[in-house]
Design a protein around this ligand. Structure first.
Ligand SMILES: C[S@@+](CC[C@H](N)C(=O)[O-])C[C@H]1O[C@@H](n2cnc3c(N)ncnc32)[C@H](O)[C@@H]1O
Length: 261
């Protein structure tokens, strides 16, 4: 399986050996990492469940810089990462008449392009973070997308219980499961089949490892492909690893699931 050179598939970033070696190579990152560790301990003590914890992480990050909070260190990268998602989805089946649910839409890094492309009212973005949704609304204004009337809604879980049966042709989650424990991913996979149209699909990215599954500071989670494929299959879905996504300059991998109906 070909991987992008930036993907280091056998590294366990949670191991002490890796962390010591990494610190020796990047001494300038030690203090920021210690700050993140302290924040992680503090926020986990305050918030019992992962979603509340990660919402607090986003409040802290989005307060400083919303584009960095969704993972882009510069505006150029923010634009490029949004374009990469948009181009890929358009080449892999997205059509203007489709109804799309964007899970963890963030500040619409890709969302503004989907909104622009889709028919009015066909984009539905959900996110756990009120702070990033405020920033998402600013993105709508920047790109004059008010006439497209997208829905942007706060969410607390991924049961989709407030959404109708068989409604979405496309469900999308970019860089969301890379920040999610397995229970959150399983919840989404358990419920997504109900809201998909018969020919619909759900694309999600994840941080892939071919070694031991692990997480770093409860913020970044690394899974083996087979773990997520079998999780989807246990929920009655068909899962396909998207090989051609691997050729793109992006550190994560992508899986598409369908109901097979
Ligand atoms: C790295 S950002 C990516 C945002 C957007 N998908 C993009 O590519 O620009 C991850 C986003 O997912 C949201 N998020 C994390 N866990 C979530 C969950 N369980 N349900 C909904 N949103 C979630 C975060 O608040 C954040 O806005």
């Amino acid at each position: 399986m070909q991987g992008h050179p930036r993907k280091k598939l056998n590294v366990n970033r949670a191991s002490v050996v890796h962390q010591v070696r990494y610190a020796a190579r990047h001494p300038e990152r030690v203090v920021p990492y210690l700050r993140r560790t302290a924040r992680d301990l503090w926020l986990r003590a305050k918030h019992r469940d992962h979603v509340s914890y990660y919402r607090a992480v986003m409040a802290s990050d989005a307060g400083r810089n919303p584009e960095a909070a969704v993972g882009s260190q510069s505006h150029e990268r923010w634009l490029a990462l949004g374009l990469m998602q948009f181009d890929y989805l358009k080449q892999h089946g997205l059509a203007p008449e489709h109804r799309m649910l964007d899970i963890g839409c963030g500040n619409l890094r890709a969302g503004w392009r989907f909104i622009d492309y889709l028919d009015p009212g066909h984009y539905y973005g959900i996110d756990i973070s009120p702070d990033i949704l405020v920033s998402a609304k600013r993105t709508l204004v920047t790109y004059d997308l008010q006439p497209k009337l997208p829905y942007l809604t706060i969410s607390g879980d991924l049961t989709f219980d407030f959404l109708p049966d068989g409604h979405f042709d496309v469900v999308h989650a970019h860089s969301v499961f890379s920040h999610s424990p397995i229970e959150v991913i399983d919840e989404a996979l358990s419920h997504v089949g109900r809201i998909l149209t018969p020919g619909g699909f759900f694309d999600f990215t994840f941080d892939r490892t071919e070694g031991r599954e692990h997480h770093v500071l409860h913020e970044d989670f690394y899974y083996r492909t087979e773990t997520l494929v079998s999780l989807a299959e246990r929920r009655g879905l068909k899962a396909q690893f998207m090989e051609d996504w691997e050729r793109l300059p992006h550190g994560q991998s992508k899986i598409r699931v369908t109901t097979g109906g």
